[in-house]
Design a protein around this ligand. Structure first.
Ligand code: NDP
Length: 318
């Protein structure tokens, strides 16, 4: 029977852990984790996303500082705000909501963030640490969507070693870091993209498919092998009739869920799969940063959680 991988429930579990870690840090070091969120412009999707982050941060006892800047903001002004946040010892995480208006060079802004506060994990140094792996990975912040995808995957398949994984998409935000995490888990990883030839044949050999494409319901049942595990990162809004027959929209993934369901052994739904994990992992990275700034070890390890009791013995109960 196919397992539906419930990202909503798993994300709640992570947020509960984050709250516990945040409370412990306050109790023992009188430090409340703080995330600065910088939003430039009026992108409606970004505004919704930033609102959700702020609300969930508050539920986890993480303080937020919001910076809303005009659409016409120039790069120098934005860089000045980032410099101030870098120098503010009360701020542990800095998130600049992407995309930025076209007059601003995104890479210059991301790389201006203090690498120790780069809780999105997009800084070139964090990307490099992930790429090198091993001990370096333990100092990195891992991008939130791939981290959330991996945590869901490992909850379903605890030992990924030797498995064939295909990642569809090669963006710096999802596809590339996801591939590197899977390599770190000793998977044999193939990355496919818009120029790949015979993509279906490649996918049909995969034990695991991670789809991060942005094409609604592209992956069909004839692309996958029996019992494949499917992680669908895609979030696409498509036209759909409402129950009363009027025109509306709905969210679908990059995978044709209904078509693929029977053939797969486990699958993330959209919505309710990877989506909720992204903010949960952002909050987790923020608390991790606050622990590091307080001179403590990571509360949950990088990907594999150190047992929490062990952690408490090591860092809190003395
Ligand atoms: P990008 O547009 O940056 O990257 C898409 C990738 O898909 C590219 O590498 C592109 O190839 C590849 N691609 C496009 N068309 C095809 C095709 N026909 N066949 C094979 N590969 C193709 O997107 P993102 O990585 O930022 O996001 C991917 C999806 O994940 C989107 O639906 C997005 O909404 C969603 N997303 C969800 C998040 C969440 O919180 N759950 C967070 C971030 C993203 P090429 O490089 O050759 O152009």
């Amino acid at each position: 029977m196919t397992k539906i991988i419930d990202g909503k429930e798993f994300a709640q579990k992570i947020r509960n852990q984050v709250k516990e870690d945040s409370d412990n840090l306050f109790k023992n070091k009188q430090v409340q984790p703080c995330l600065a969120v910088v939003l430039v412009g009026e992108n409606p999707a970004s505004k919704v996303y930033v609102g959700a982050k702020t609300k969930m941060a508050a539920e986890c006892n993480i303080k937020t500082k919001d910076f809303k800047m005009e659409d016409t903001t120039d790069q120098a002004t934005l860089l000045k705000v980032i410099e101030e946040l870098n120098n503010d010892s009360g701020v542990h995480g800095i998130l600049v909501q992407l995309p930025l208006p076209k007059q601003i060079d995104e890479r210059a802004v991301i790389d201006a963030i203090d690498v120790k506060k780069d809780v999105d994990g997009f800084h070139a140094i964090n990307a490099g640490r992930l790429s090198i792996g091993g001990e370096m990975l333990k100092q990195a912040f891992i991008p939130c969507t791939p981290l959330g995808s991996l945590l869901l995957l490992k909850d379903t398949v605890p030992n990924l070693s030797g498995m064939n994984a295909v990642v569809i998409g090669r963006s710096n935000i999802v596809g590339k870091p996801m591939s590197q995490l899977l390599i770190e888990e000793s998977c044999t990883v193939t990355i496919v993209h818009s120029r790949t030839k015979d993509i279906e044949a490649i996918c049909s050999k995969a034990d695991i498919i991670v789809a991060a494409v942005g094409r609604p319901e592209m992956i069909k049942s004839n692309w996958i092998k029996d019992d494949a595990v499917i992680i669908d990162v895609g979030i696409n809004r498509i036209p759909s009739k409402k129950p009363d027959g009027s025109e509306g929209t709905k969210l679908v993934g990059d995978v044709d869920y209904n078509d693929v369901f029977e053939k797969s052994s486990a699958i993330t739904p959209v919505p309710g799969g990877v989506g909720p994990m992204t903010i949960a992992c952002l909050l987790r990275n923020t608390v991790t940063s606050a622990y590091r700034h307080a001179g403590l070890g990571d509360p949950r390890g990088t990907v594999d959680s150190e047992s929490h009791d062990q952690y408490k013995d090591k860092y809190i109960n003395h």
